[in-house]
Design a binder for this molecule. Structure first.
Ligand code: NAD
Length: 481
């Protein structure tokens, strides 16, 4: 660990004094190591940031969209130039291996650049008129001041997915990154100084209490939140005051349905990648295997081998495939869910215990875990684990597979492995998730809408992609006589 990160808040283009640290982050692989010290924001600072954002947004909305995209593009270049620092900070605060951290930044920048192109597509529509001599237009305007609240699992990708569409569509943003992983977002925000107009991007550090104060602020125009369903519900209620537009990207309980496949190994490689990357701490992580009974044994054996081949340890070391869980309480939650699953009758195939890798013996590591024959009504089959835990349930036919896949409150993403046209068609029509992947894992493309249905998402699919415009702009019907 090379450096301690010290940051205050970025308000109106200036960092506040980074003096009294109210928040400290620790390396989850080496909890004895301090990584960052951050000033904890107050309600007064939140108000100050909102006022500066309002002021900056009025001027930014008048900048032509092409120029807005050019300015945001220059900021992305400045972020990329600090790529090494962002990737290192991500490993040290979040714990993921360096390759994953670099991959996260590369994907964030690719998504952001795709967004620059999308923002230059048509911003409205010409509609037929009901009256002679009229011209009817549907116009779009920037929404205004957007609050962004992000989680700890993708410290740079989630903030960029919010900031870039907000700015290119003419909005200003106040970002509160996760209190566990603020460094990457602080470095990216710092890169905006002298590139973006002052006040357009504000960053305030703080925990859930500051997040709650921000989303309850009067006079805000939109809230873009990524995090747990429980917090999403609180934000939904808080937004009732301002009636701000909401974009909530929440948890998942994502299934892979292995119906039939000519290449079980390729399917299992895709599944284990999607299940264990970021140590299972991805909203789109596959966490349930629903397998046709004929393939049950082969799939279970193949997954055991893949789980045991993972190398846990300090993410800065070469060869490490899997980092720790984010903190001790989260490891306790994961372990508790696995223990209760076994008590409920699940069969533990591998894992199910804490691990002390030689490179990081104090870290919050948990063994990649496989649980077979889980009861569909049990907690482990229904609740998000957000850890390296995969459950297996066998089915006899597609009706049963779809009933199992859809029998949860979540609806984020799912994968199907099948060569049968009719099976694929039914999956596309009936699987209750926002994203549907056929014959591969759950990695989304950089330019596609991203989001969930049921309790996994509220509002337009908004992170990136063509539908971001629905959240980041308002709609206006105009009649020209
Ligand atoms: P979390 O809900 O605990 O916290 C997320 C953020 O909300 C943090 O910045 C936190 O400080 C803030 N917060 C907490 N209470 C708040 C309140 N009352 N009002 C406003 N802000 C508040 O989530 P987490 O533990 O950081 O992240 C893990 C969760 O995020 C998982 O459920 C995961 O599935 C979900 N997630 C979803 C997506 C998606 O795109 N659907 C992506 C990544 C993570």
């Amino acid at each position: 660990m090379s450096q301690i990160h010290r940051w205050g808040h970025l308000i109106d283009g200036r960092w506040s004094d980074a003096g009294a640290a109210g928040l400290r982050t620790r390396n989850p692989a080496h909890p004895q190591q301090s990584v960052g010290e951050y000033v904890a924001g107050t309600a007064a600072e939140a108000e100050q940031a909102l006022a500066a954002a309002r002021h900056a947004q009025r001027a930014w909305a008048r900048v032509p969209p092409l120029e807005r995209c050019a300015v945001v593009g220059r900021w992305l270049d400045a972020v990329q130039a600090r790529g090494d620092a962002i990737a290192q900070a991500t490993v040290c605060e979040q714990g993921k291996p360096l390759g994953e951290a670099r991959g996260e930044l590369a994907k964030s920048l690719a998504e952001a650049r795709a967004m620059l192109g999308l923002a230059l597509r048509g911003h409205g529509e010409v509609m037929p008129a009901a009256r002679n001599g009229f011209r009817n237009l549907v116009l779009r305007r920037p929404r205004g001041v957007i609050i962004a609240v992000s989680p700890w699992n993708f410290p740079i990708m989630t903030p960029l997915r919010k900031i870039v569409p907000a700015l290119v569509y003419g909005n200003a943003m106040v970002l509160k990154p996760s209190e566990f992983t603020p460094a990457a977002a602080c470095i990216a925000a710092d890169a905006s100084r002298g590139v973006l107009p002052d006040g357009l991007l504000q960053l305030i550090n703080g925990d859930g209490a500051l997040g709650a104060a921000l989303v309850a602020s009067p006079g805000i125009d939109g809230i873009s939140f990524t995090g747990s369903i429980a917090t999403g519900r609180r934000i939904y209620a808080a937004a009732a005051g301002s009636l701000a537009e909401l974009s909530l990207e929440l948890g998942g309980k994502n299934a892979a349905i292995v119906h039939d496949t000519p290449d079980v190994d390729a399917a299992l490689d895709a599944i284990s990648g999607a299940a264990f990357a970021v140590c299972g701490q991805r909203c789109t992580a596959i966490s349930r295997i629903l397998v046709h009974r004929d393939l049950h044994r082969q799939v279970a054996d193949g997954l055991i081998a893949r789980a045991r081949a993972l190398r846990l340890g300090d993410g800065l070391l070469p060869g490490v495939t899997t980092g720790p869980l984010i903190h001790e309480a989260h490891r306790g939650k994961v372990a508790g869910m696995v223990e209760r699953a076994v008590a409920d009758g699940a069969e533990l195939l591998t894992g199910g215990c804490e691990v002390r890798p030689e490179s990081a013996p104090q870290g919050f590591f948990y063994a990649p875990t496989l649980l077979d024959r889980v009861d569909p009504a049990s907690e482990i089959a229904r609740e998000e684990v957000f850890g390296p835990v995969l459950t297996i349930q066998a089915f006899d036919d597609l009706d049963e597979a779809l009933a199992l896949a859809n029998g949860v409150e979540h609806g984020l993403t799912a994968a199907l492995f099948s060569q049968q046209h009719g099976v694929v068609q039914r999956f596309l029509d009936e699987c209750e998730t926002g994203m549907l992947h056929v014959n591969h894992g759950t990695v989304p493309d950089n330019h596609m809408p991203f989001g969930g249905i049921k309790h996994s998402g509220v509002g337009a699919f908004s992170s990136v992609g063509p539908s971001a415009i629905h959240f980041y702009t308002t709609e206006h019907s105009a009649y020209l006589a």
